[in-house]
Design a protein around this ligand. Structure first.
Ligand code: SF4
Length: 189
């Protein structure tokens, strides 16, 4: 899936979901950056839930007049990657442990590859300001894979502030807020 960016100042924002994307889009707008949004979340289960979250991101892309690129849903590939890289059954890992690190790696590498192949200058992820996630891991991994290619953007912001703004903006735009992280192992947590 190639996009061919001719513009010099381009930013690709990986969006895990609309509630997390809203305050980050606002923040980037304040810096005069209009990012392209990238929905690459093969972790989400079931497919119906993937479609639901995708539609919400489509809505906000429309509100802000931003381009949205949707990556294919490849849940079996995501599962295979995790199983190949972890020793225990996936359900044994607690949330925010090693399973989640591999899940981040899968999505972040996909995003970086897309940004590099389409000549973006910079990229970032909504995962990096989520107060429930291991954001140090997310930032360090993303910086490490960005050695040769688009620059990774570290959001130096208050996670609690973003969370509050997310609540306000989802209310304002009437956006669905999911009750679980995404995969089948997180549905009952
Ligand atoms: S709990 Fe969330 S971050 Fe962890 S593996 Fe599942 S979808 Fe990925």
């Amino acid at each position: 899936m190639k996009k061919n960016n001719s513009s010099k100042n381009t930013f690709l924002l990986h969006c895990c979901c609309a509630p997390c994307a809203l305050p980050m889009i606002e923040y980037l707008k304040g810096l005069n950056i209009n990012p392209d949004l990238y929905f690459s979340n093969s972790n989400i289960f079931p497919k119906k839930e993937f479609e639901k979250r995708k539609e919400e991101v489509k809505k906000i892309a429309g509100f802000y007049h931003l381009n949205l690129i949707i990556d294919n849903y490849q849940h079996s590939r995501w599962l295979k990657f995790l199983k190949e890289n972890l020793n225990q059954p996936l359900e044994n890992y607690p949330e925010n442990g090693q399973r989640c690190q591999k899940c981040f790696e899968f999505r972040l590498k996909n995003t970086f590859d897309f940004a590099r192949d389409n000549n973006y200058q910079r990229w970032g992820t909504t995962l990096s300001v989520n107060r429930f996630k291991d954001t140090d891991f997310i930032n360090n991994f993303s910086l490490a894979i960005s050695n040769n290619g688009p620059q990774y953007f570290v959001f130096s912001v208050s996670k609690n502030g973003f969370s509050k703004e997310s609540l306000e903006l989802t209310k304002k735009y009437q956006i669905y807020r999911q009750k679980y992280c995404g995969c089948e192992f997180s549905i009952n947590h």
